[in-house]
Ligand binder design. Structure first.
Ligand code: GDP
Ligand code: MG
Length: 441
């Protein structure tokens, strides 16, 4: 799905320390393809990629030490903006009651179900809604809404298939006024495809009851079709917003991304399941976050990969196999750890990894300590680094002087190293899996 594919694009980026303009271009090309595949409208994709590219090149992404994160951040912000982030997408319920809400859309989009969900939501907000079935073409449609009303204990206006939809709506409005309903929800008919007869009927209802909200109900599973249909409803009716249904399915993404851009109307609510309480207020920023699938786990991978690049780890592994664990590898390993930053917060996110890593060499040393160790090892000759056993008293003294430390410091380091070496031997016995895990692969 869209999330996985975008993630794959970003994963490639994460491996790099710095990015070139060419790499950013390539990334944008990939994002473009992924969005098109996810059924996002091509004009929307074109504009989106242009905006993101501009920002990525214009800002300091190239110079940044964490370019992948920068690019992802820009993509997330632009996705959110595309879906209307920052706009007011609340239902307009403030007018003099009864306030009328009309739902429209193709057959099977989820209008009737959404009417029930909406009624429940409004009643939870202390309103007193009346449900009105205006789909007279299928007897089952009226019955469906009546059943929902019974389940919820919410009154459903009495209409039959012999009535005219516009009449039903006008009568229902008068009934609501007389009987103290402050909100009316009109469930209208759909068709398999848009046709002029249906549009005429819907326009008639709009004229008769002048709804405060005319909500287009779109099935998110139908992807690009939902967007096309939304566009033509929007041309013919003064839509005020969109309800995206079936967002609990796995085809999420495409429709959510383009519908706001194509119609200019905000997504107000999303259906997240067949149950009557599965209707949520739409949050563009959260949706963007969800599309990018960036939970803790992803940011973890990002951190770890940026710090310990796969190449580093592979090189280290090869050297370990060739030379064994020497002072040289000890130093490198500590530097890798240093690059990873706060190990603790990182490790908490990997189940089971914390304990093992905590025992690893150099793991709990403060920055200053690591600097000292680095100075000491740098003062050793290549031979000394390869074989610490030749480090006698006079060599240790020379190294201490050379590194601006004391002999005790050199001794302490060597003690620590010997412990680490033992530890590595144990891990090597655990086999390549343990070692690779430890090196961040
Ligand atoms: P209408 O023809 O537009 O009135 O559509 P319905 O309300 O009858 O819904 C059509 C089908 O979609 C029904 O089986 C509903 O249960 C289902 N449905 C509606 N909304 C959702 C939703 O948010 N999630 C899921 N999974 N199914 C939904
Ligand atoms: Mg229906």
């Amino acid at each position: 799905n869209l999330s996985d594919k975008l993630d794959a694009v970003f994963k490639k980026l994460r491996g790099h320390g710095r990015l070139t303009e060419k790499q950013i271009k390539e990334t944008m090309r990939e994002i473009r393809l992924v969005l098109l595949e996810a059924d996002v409208n091509f004009r929307v994709v074109r504009d989106f990629v242009a905006t993101v590219s501009d920002r990525a090149v214009g800002q300091d992404v190239l110079k940044s030490l964490t370019p992948a994160q920068q690019v992802i951040k820009i993509v997330r912000e632009e996705l959110a903006r595309l879906m209307g982030d920052g706009e007011d997408n609340s239902l307009k319920l403030a007018a003099k009651p009864p306030v009328s809400l009309m739902l429209c859309g193709l057959q099977g989009a989820g209008k009737t179900t959404s009417c029930g969900k909406l009624a429940l939501k409004l009643r939870r907000d202390k309103r007193n809604p009346l449900l009105v079935p205006a789909d007279v073409y299928r007897p089952a449609a009226i019955e469906q809404l009546k059943t929902l009303g019974r389940q919820l204990g919410i009154e459903v206006f009495d209409s039959t298939i012999n009535d005219k939809p516009v009449d039903i709506c006008s009568r229902a409005r008068r009934y609501a006024e007389l009987n103290g309903f402050d909100t009316i929800i009109f469930d209208t008919a759909g068709r398999l495809h848009i046709d002029t007869e249906l549009m005429g009927e819907l326009k008639g209802i709009v004229q008769a009851v002048a709804p405060q909200e005319i909500l287009f109900v779109a099935d998110a599973m139908t992807g690009q079709d939902a967007v096309t249909v939304a566009a033509s409803f929007n041309e013919q009716l003064p839509l005020t917003g969109v309800i995206l249904t079936k967002m609990d399915g796995d085809a999420r993404g495409g429709a959510a991304l383009s519908i706001r851009a194509v119609t200019g109307k905000p997504v107000k609510l999303v259906g997240m399941g067949e149950k009557l309480d599965a209707l949520e207020v739409f949050h563009a920023d959260r949706m963007a976050q969800r599309i990018l699938g960036m939970g803790d786990v992803l940011s973890l991978i990002e951190k770890a990969q940026a710090a310990v690049e796969a190449d580093d780890a592979a090189a280290m592994e090869a050297r370990l196999r060739k030379d064994g664990f020497t002072l040289e590898t000890f130093l490198e390993q500590m530097q890798m750890v240093k690059k990873m930053g706060s190990m603790d917060s990182l490790l908490k996110m990997i189940p089971g990894a914390g304990k093992m890593m905590k025992q690893a060499p150099g793991m709990q040393l403060p920055e200053k300590e690591i600097q000292k160790i680095e100075a000491i090892i740098r003062s050793m000759t290549a031979r000394e680094r390869m074989d610490h056993r030749i480090l006698n008293g006079s060599r240790r003294l020379r190294i201490a002087k050379g590194s601006g430390t004391r002999v005790q410091d050199v001794n302490q380091l060597l003690k620590r190293f010997v412990e680490a070496q033992k530890m590595m031997k144990k891990m090597q016995k655990m086999g390549p899996k343990g070692l690779k895990g430890m090196l961040g692969r």
